[in-house]
Design a binder for this molecule. Structure first.
Ligand SMILES: C[S@@+](CC[C@H](N)C(=O)[O-])C[C@H]1O[C@@H](n2cnc3c(N)ncnc32)[C@H](O)[C@@H]1O
Length: 256
């Protein structure tokens, strides 16, 4: 029996934060910096689906003014413990439903949807999010969506470098994470997949246990997000960020 992946994000935020801390976040934020001219003060980042807020924490270190949004209260706690600089700027709410009611009236130089998280929204909600972003970005500001490489998902993600990951928590617990853990199952009538996820924990005193989750994700192609963005009034930037965001298809959108 597999629990929904949301249970992992709510109840295992610290474990997620340990296993997903596997990227060059400095290089990724550096790539975002190259897209946003300094506005005359600090650049402002909106880290959406932020989880442990790796990008916001790194951007904060570089002097950006950072805000984060996530549906999970425990992710917020983990982000604060890992150095998110301002508790008042990490908002717990659902994207896109509660975004405009929750965020203060501010404008951002960059909004980031990393690690395939747009997949937690259906097409209609992605379109609503893009319209919200058009209002939230400063003129010239960018939104970066890190999407799946559709051909990699269609191939079962067997070659994904992050399919098997290990980490050790501060209390000595060893974690192994398999994502996907076996066959990716496609819906028959939509671009929706169910990815099995398995997390093995080995605690120094209580021993081993296995938890299984199912991550149900909409597979949005870069082409379809670009089309939705143009309908929402954002323009497509033709720049390749795959050096900084490997194993994915980053899409860059700009408010004119
Ligand atoms: C794959 S994690 C990404 C975390 C982080 N951005 C990263 O790069 O590792 C997805 C995050 O999105 C959050 N999430 C999922 N659906 C959401 C929604 N509709 N609104 C806000 N957050 C959501 C989850 O709680 C989880 O922390």
């Amino acid at each position: 029996m597999r629990a929904p992946i949301e249970d992992c994000y709510h109840e295992w935020a610290e474990v997620y934060a340990a296993i997903a801390d596997d990227r060059d976040f400095a290089a990724q934020v550096g790539a975002l910096e190259s897209l946003c001219a300094p506005p005359g003060g600090p650049r402002a980042l909106l880290d959406l689906f932020a989880g442990p807020a790796y990008h916001a924490v790194e951007a904060g270190r570089r002097g950006w003014l950072v805000s984060a949004v996530d549906a999970s209260r425990s992710m917020r706690e983990v982000a604060l413990a890992r150095g998110f600089p301002d508790a008042g700027r990490y908002h717990v709410c659902a994207v896109p439903d509660d975004l405009s009611a929750t965020l203060p009236a501010e404008h951002f130089d960059c909004a980031l949807v990393s690690r395939y998280s747009a997949g937690y929204l259906g097409v209609g909600d992605v379109e609503r999010l893009l319209r919200e972003l058009r209002d939230l970005l400063r003129p010239g500001g960018v939104a970066v969506f890190e999407l799946h490489d559709v051909s990699a998902v269609a191939g079962g993600l067997h070659d994904l470098g992050i399919q098997a990951r290990t980490a050790t928590l501060a209390d000595g617990t060893r974690i192994e994470c398999y994502w996907p853990d076996g066959r990716v199952v496609w819906s028959a009538d939509d671009y929706v997949v169910e990815m099995p996820v398995r997390i093995e924990t080995d605690h120094p005193t209580s021993g081993r246990s296995t938890s299984r989750f199912a991550s149900v994700e909409h597979i949005h192609s870069a082409a379809s997000v670009r089309r939705l963005a143009e309908r929402a009034g954002l323009s497509v930037v033709d720049e390749d960020l795959r050096c900084a965001f490997p194993e994915s298809t980053p899409v860059i959108l700009r408010k004119g």
